[in-house]
Design a binder for this molecule. Structure first.
Ligand code: G3P
Length: 217
């Protein structure tokens, strides 16, 4: 399972990248706004900086909702760096645009996916990644991880090549459950990724080893 970080914060991207386990980055307009990136030039420059920091796919989201505009915006995003993947929302014109990008060799990530039916459409349109938002599904009293398992089963049975990119991750346990359910990729904020490191018995065991090691120093 690949690990992407879901942020536009350069310090957090660097910290995850320095761990040596980072395979890519996802962003969205909310994450860009959170770090104060405004205006086309600043957005372009920020994507370029991220793409140059990380050796892997970087999802950059379109903010257009009409087919022609999505295509034009996506072409511009893709031109910023070869690692840029165009993130397209799960809407009718988005599906048409995913097919266009697929036919024209531009990688895509279909975002805002909340059902298996949407995931089937994304795969049919040739999306490289499909992004089910599991935390937001949990928030609405459904089980987000169950959706990952359902999509994984459908894609395996149908032979779809679209990678399942579990998004809206809220905890280290989400990451573990997504691995179990068959996600190809998780995209997570830094904290749940670092949360995977934690176990009290590791801390207690290390403290004991270090204390005992002092005896033979
Ligand atoms: O990649 C999508 C993700 O950013 C959504 O996460 O926490 O806003 O539901 P969240």
């Amino acid at each position: 399972m690949k690990f992407f970080i879901d942020t536009a914060d350069l310090a957090q991207i660097k910290e995850a990248n320095d761990l040596g386990i980072l395979d890519g980055v996802t962003t969205n307009p909310s994450l860009m706004a959170k770090v104060g990136i405004k205006g086309e030039a600043a957005v372009t420059n920020h994507y370029k900086t991220i793409a140059e920091m990380v050796n892997g796919d970087v999802s950059a989201e379109v903010v257009s909702t009409e087919f022609k505009e999505i295509v034009e915006e996506g072409k511009k995003l893709h031109a910023i760096h070869p690692n840029i993947v165009v993130k397209v929302p799960m809407i009718k014109d988005g599906i048409k645009a995913l097919k266009w990008f697929s036919d024209n060799g531009i990688k895509t990530n279909c975002t805002l996916v909340f059902s298996a039916g949407q995931a089937i459409l994304a795969a049919k349109a040739g999306a490289n990644y499909v992004s089910p938002f599991i935390g937001r599904i949990d928030d609405s009293n459904w089980d987000g991880v169950e959706l990952i398992a359902q999509i994984a089963q459908i894609y395996a049975v149908q032979g779809y090549e679209t990678e399942i990119l579990a998004a809206s991750i809220r905890s280290a346990l989400h990451i573990v459950k997504c691995a179990e359910a068959g996600a190809d990729v998780i995209t997570s904020p830094l904290e749940p990724i670092l949360g995977l490191l934690k176990h009290p018995l590791t801390d207690i065991g290390l403290a004991k080893f270090l204390a005992d090691a002092k005896a033979f120093k």
